[in-house]
Design a binder for this molecule. Structure first.
Ligand SMILES: [Zn+2]
Length: 69
């Protein structure tokens, strides 16, 4: 088994996506951790937990349609 390094905090990535909000098109702050990603829109305060998929030269965000509080 490969030991996870998630407790060392080295794999947390913070970045922003201009016009990344699915609701208002505002700028979204993304925090990606080994446990999952969180997105937060400062404009409409929409919180989401998109799935992140790393590609060779880009990043894909997948928003689940589960909107349960
Ligand atoms: Zn928004």
């Amino acid at each position: 088994m490969t030991q996870s390094t998630e407790d060392r905090g080295e794999r947390v990535a913070d970045f922003t996506l201009p016009e990344g909000c699915v609701l208002c098109g505002g700028e979204v702050s993304i925090r990606a951790t080994p446990a999952g990603a969180h997105s937060y829109c400062a404009s409409c305060r929409h919180l989401s937990r998109p799935q992140l998929r790393m590609r060779k030269d880009s990043l894909e965000l997948i928003y689940a349609t589960d909107v349960r509080a």
